[in-house]
Design a protein around this ligand. Structure first.
Ligand SMILES: NC(=O)C1=CN([C@@H]2O[C@H](COP(=O)(O)OP(=O)(O)OC[C@H]3O[C@@H](n4cnc5c(N)ncnc54)[C@H](O)[C@@H]3O)[C@@H](O)[C@H]2O)C=CC1
Ligand SMILES: O=C([O-])CC(=O)C(=O)O
Length: 334
């Protein structure tokens, strides 16, 4: 039995994500919560002939408490998206409070659930969830995750485009490490499972890295004021959630990219801090998952000189964004 809850389930990401989770045969209950429209979304999805029982709640009558009761996995895509000209950090003002309040509900009602944070800015919202859990005395660093899967999905797609064969996209895997915003997104293309063409020019490599780092902006620009990536994010979020669910059910060898607290596995977290040369509290990397959460954080491994400069360039912004999330809760009355 696996109950998955989506907070922000009526939104641009929430609805297609809920659809993909309803289609996952391992999900036995799907709880939907938003400040609007969840009864309708739940009624619609509930007609699909898959195992998950679907329930939808709104804030009145303790909807958050009801939806979270018995949750194994909670996915959070609640919050506002970017418009052209905005950075993800510009969303902090509104989304930090939304994520804090939802995290408070999880800490009270489902403190042992795996929490998958999609709401931006991820580099700050993940520390916000962790700090709320600490204040409630229920913090387990192994179970709080920033969803960075979309960066990895984009890297696979863009590499396959360069190879002129989209059919290869599903088999291409590129580790993307660091965080989820601009320069903090660091693709390690030298470790792609399918290499780039031999003689790939440095300028082309830089353009590819830039496209992966700013893939979100590409969609924000194309949507022209109507929001940011929703469908590709739902796909990526469902892929990450599916791995988490398999790990919970005891499948071995599940590895997924995600932004985690480096105390979640002390030995591998400390080794990663050594590799990057900084005592950061959070970083994204491919992480091995088990029934209790993080088992092992993979090392960055062998990097090119260019990749080393990209990692170093990510660190200052990451440190600032993490601290911003931590101090927001430090100063919040919960
Ligand atoms: N991690 C990632 O890779 C990505 C993250 N995002 C982020 O995901 C978030 C959501 O994006 P969209 O779905 O496009 O936005 P949206 O505006 O379409 O949907 C957000 C939903 O959250 C709901 N909401 C607002 N406050 C709430 C609360 N207190 N409790 C429950 N629900 C609440 C809204 O009613 C709305 O239905 C944004 O912050 C966006 O930046 C978007 C794409 C990729
Ligand atoms: O760009 C945005 O604001 C949404 C996002 O995180 C992404 O698409 O990677």
């Amino acid at each position: 039995m696996v109950k998955v809850v989506v907070l922000g389930a009526a939104g641009g990401i929430g609805q297609p994500l809920a659809l993909l989770l309803k289609a996952n045969p391992l999900v036995t209950e799907l709880g939907l919560y938003d400040i609007v429209n969840t009864p309708g979304v739940a009624a619609d999805l509930s007609h699909i002939a898959t195992p998950a029982k679907v329930v939808g709640y709104l804030p009145p009558d303790e909807g958050l408490k009801k939806v979270l009761t018995g949750a194994d996995v909670v996915v959070i895509p609640a919050g506002i998206p970017r418009k052209p000209g905005m950075t993800r950090d510009d969303l902090f003002k509104i989304n930090a409070g939304i994520v804090r309040d939802l995290a408070t509900g999880i800490a009270i009602t489902a403190p042992k659930a795996f929490v998958l944070v999609i709401s931006n800015p991820v580099n700050s919202t993940v520390p916000i969830v962790a700090e709320v859990f600490k204040k409630h005395g229920v913090f387990d660093p192994k179970k709080i995750f920033g969803v960075t899967t979309l960066d990895v999905v984009r890297a696979s797609t863009f590499v396959s485009e360069i190879l002129g064969d989209l059919g290869k996209a599903p088999s291409i895997s590129v580790p993307v490490v660091g965080g989820h915003s601009g320069v903090t997104i660091v693709p390690l293309l030298s470790q792609s499972t399918v290499p780039l063409p031999s003689g790939f020019a440095k300028s082309d490599l830089e353009a590819l890295v830039n496209r992966i780092q700013y893939g979100g902006d590409e969609v924000v620009k194309a949507k022209d004021g109507a929001g940011s990536a929703t469908l590709s994010m739902a796909y990526a979020g469902a892929e990450f959630a599916a791995k988490v669910i398999k790990a919970i059910k005891g499948e071995k060898g599940i590895v997924a990219p995600t932004f985690v607290n480096l105390a979640s596995d002390k030995a591998s977290g400390d080794a990663l801090k050594k590799e990057i040369g900084q005592d950061l509290e959070y970083f994204s990397a491919p992480v091995e998952l088990g029934p209790e959460g993080v088992v092992f954080i993979n090392p960055l491994g062998k990097l090119t000189d260019y990749e080393k400069t990209l990692v170093q360039a990510a660190l200052p912004e990451l440190a600032i964004s993490i601290e911003k999330g931590v101090s927001f809760i430090g100063s919040s009355k919960l």
